[in-house]
Design a protein around this ligand. Structure first.
Ligand code: MSP
Length: 641
């Protein structure tokens, strides 16, 4: 039996799962389910990427150890996959012992054969973020693109992987294997990168602790990407189960977002070539989702929560929409209203109605039992033939991961069957007593639905099971083989009572409910106001942009911090009553706005030379505070007017 091995990227656990994570995993799930139903010995892997800087920082921010954080957060992904009906065969975590051993073994092998060597890494470094910043992504005046702070040059000892040595071999491989990177636009991107300057890769860090140690040199941990990519090999027994590795590795395919193709289509295959392992059959890159036309971001509050989508519309509707709406590989825009539209037209109308009408007619005209066909006619033959060509064409489009095309094909067939009802008017045949003709029509419709249930099963598994049950069939469509389907075998089945598959959503009601549940702009309660001042009064308050350099606690003070601030032209010390609202690391390095001409005052024995600006409000007995910060880059000392 031919094998098929498919993987999702392993997800960082510093964040909660969002639509991007759901998308790749659903796409892989559909492919895995389809291949199982085509008789492949299928293995489907997903998991979590649990080492590295981001995780260490997220843990620090939450006051947890990295291990505590990853143990807690990875569960969110497992939960989501249950909710979305994901049929993965394995879930790998990079902190598992089985993986740590493989990474260390591969690292050692590459050191031993001279493909990993010790050197030094030099670059622009952001000390607070503990990260190197490539020249191409630096901010103005060599600042960190994330925190805006100045970068310094840094040189550290590092192990390097001889990527450059294997690049010509990989180019040759891709020249012969065009499906190595899909779609073509990404293939071209990778080829031009490979034909450029492929440099040896730094694969260890000494500035970070949360990673897999290199046993021969414990000062170093393995760089997180080198560690993460190896998960694909760990999970199919590279070290522990050579039989399993032999069974699945030759047919491995990785699905990833377009942002991480260099790691998957360059670095990983080069590592594999160095290790003497064959490179993946294909890396399939998908596009990115925006939301209602905008980039998704926490600060905009527009991150699509897949748990919520599944709860509101059902996992199947969400799965269907993501794969039907956008050609795989392209970027797409997520809109709940568009999803409601698809639920109503494709799922409730086309598929739901076909099921409902067919079952009711079999009940009404044939006592709930599917008749055998007595005669063939041109129309029923046309539907049967379309069923055959649909199955064949589906295979072709699934091979190129064209999910939207696959769904279009299936829906053309469903639409054909719906039209067939109108063309044959079974209610008339019944009235006229045309029993044989009616039998053919009912069987044709039943078979169209039985096949449709199989074809939609990879995409909308829960609904396929419901259809199967209503059709009165034994077993499950999910474990059936598509190619075992024989037109006509459904005769004699006893159908069940028709039930609504996808309730229609009333769009006007939906819009009203949306508007009512939209978060209200929060407004501070009305307060007393200060007496009016003139412009001169306002001008007499000198306010400037400054940067917080250092934050220290003041012993015995519950509220005060001692802040060292830099105004560009001078440094000052300020005492500020914001201790209850911010941790020192939330303030250090931040640009703030301060009053610079306030008379110095002694607080807890320290002279305070200014005042930080912050907005504050009392809400339900709690004080809420937000710092006032410049919205864009502006030199220290700039006057605020
Ligand atoms: N941990 C690495 C992958 C290591 S694989 C050896 C990683 N993780 S991630 O959690 O940040 O991202 C995982 C996937 O989510 C990526 O494939 C990325 O493309 C995808 N998406 C993140 N946001 C997305 C959208 N807005 N839309 C579609 N997919 C996006 O990278």
């Amino acid at each position: 039996m031919k094998s098929f091995y498919i993987t999702t990227p392993i997800y960082y656990v510093n964040d909660i799962p969002h639509i991007g994570h759901a998308y790749t995993t659903i796409a892989c799930d559909v492919m895995a389910r389809y291949k199982r139903m085509k008789g492949f010995d299928t293995h489907f892997l997903t998991g979590t990427d649990e080492h590295g800087q981001k995780i260490q920082q997220a843990a620090e921010a939450k006051g947890m150890t990295p291990q505590e954080l990853v143990d807690k957060i990875h569960v969110n992904f497992r939960e989501l996959w249950k909710v979305l009906n994901i049929s993965n065969d394995d879930f790998i975590r990079t902190t598992e012992d089985r993986h740590v051993r493989v990474v260390q073994a591969m690292f050692k092998k590459l050191i031993d054969q001279g493909d990993i060597y010790k050197g030094s890494y030099e670059g622009w470094y952001c000390v607070p973020c503990e990260t190197y910043v490539p020249e191409s992504s630096m901010g103005e005046n060599r600042t960190c693109p994330d925190c805006g702070r100045p970068l310094t040059t840094m040189k550290e000892e590092s192990y390097f992987f001889r990527a450059s040595k294997y690049a010509p071999q990989l180019i040759e491989h891709y020249e012969k294997n065009l499906q190595g990177v899909m779609p073509r636009i990404r293939y071209n991107e990778i080829m031009s990168f490979l034909r450029g300057d492929v440099r040896d890769q730094s694969v260890s860090r000494t500035t970070l602790k949360w990673g897999i140690p290199i046993p021969s040199d414990e000062k170093h941990v393995v760089y997180v990407w080198f560690d993460a990519l190896i998960n694909y090999a760990t999970a199919v027994g590279y070290l522990d189960d050579p039989e399993m590795f032999k069974r699945y590795w030759p047919n491995v395919r990785h699905m990833v977002g377009k942002d991480i193709i260099r790691f998957h289509c360059v670095i990983w295959p080069l590592m594999l070539l160095a290790l003497g392992i064959n490179v993946p059959v294909s890396v399939i890159a998908h596009g990115w989702w925006t939301v209602d036309g905008e980039k998704m971001s926490k600060s905009k509050g527009n991150v699509v929560d897949p748990f919520k989508m599944a709860e509101l519309y059902g996992a199947d509707a969400f799965r269907y929409f993501l794969l039907r709406e956008v050609p795989f590989g392209n970027d797409g825009d997520f809109s709940e209203l568009a999803m409601v539209g698809r639920v109503n037209s494709d799922l409730a109308n086309d598929l739901g109605n076909l099921l409902n009408r067919t079952l009711q007619m079999i009940m009404n005209y044939s006592g709930g039992v599917v008749p055998a066909a007595k005669e063939k006619d041109a129309l029923s033959e046309e539907v049967r033939k379309l069923s055959e060509s649909t199955v064949t064409q589906l295979d072709g489009v699934m091979d190129t991961f064209s999910y939207d095309e696959a769904l279009k094909l299936i829906w053309v067939f469903i639409a054909r069957a719906n039209k067939y009802i109108d063309e044959t008017s079974p209610w008339k045949l019944d009235k006229e007593g045309q029993k044989d003709k009616l039998a053919t029509v009912l069987l044709t419709l039943y078979e169209a639905l039985r096949l449709s249930a199989l074809l939609v099963a990879p995409f909308i598994p829960d609904s396929a099971i419901k259809i199967w049950k209503q059709l009165g069939l034994q077993g499950s469509p999910l474990t059936s083989l598509i190619d075992d389907f024989r037109w006509g075998d459904g005769a004699g089945s006893h159908v069940a009572k028709a039930e609504v598959l996808f309730p229609r959503i009333d769009v006007e009601e939906w819009k009203k409910a949306r508007a009512a549940s939209a978060p209200k702009e929060s407004v501070a309660p009305a307060t007393e106001h200060e007496p009016e001042i003139d412009i001169e009064g306002f001008k007499s308050v000198e306010m400037r942009v400054a940067q917080v350099i250092k934050v220290e606690e003041i012993p015995r003070s519950k509220n005060l911090y001692k802040l060292d601030v830099d105004l560009g032209y001078e440094k000052r010390v300020i005492c500020s009553g914001i201790k209850r609202f911010f941790k020192p690391e939330e303030l250090e390095g931040r640009r703030i706005v301060m009053v610079t001409n306030l008379k110095p005052a002694k607080l807890c024995g320290i002279e305070s030379n200014g005042m930080i600006l912050a907005a504050s409000v009392h809400e339900e007995g709690n004080e809420k505070v937000s710092l006032i910060v410049p919205a864009s880059d502006i030199p220290l000392g700039s006057r605020v007017k």
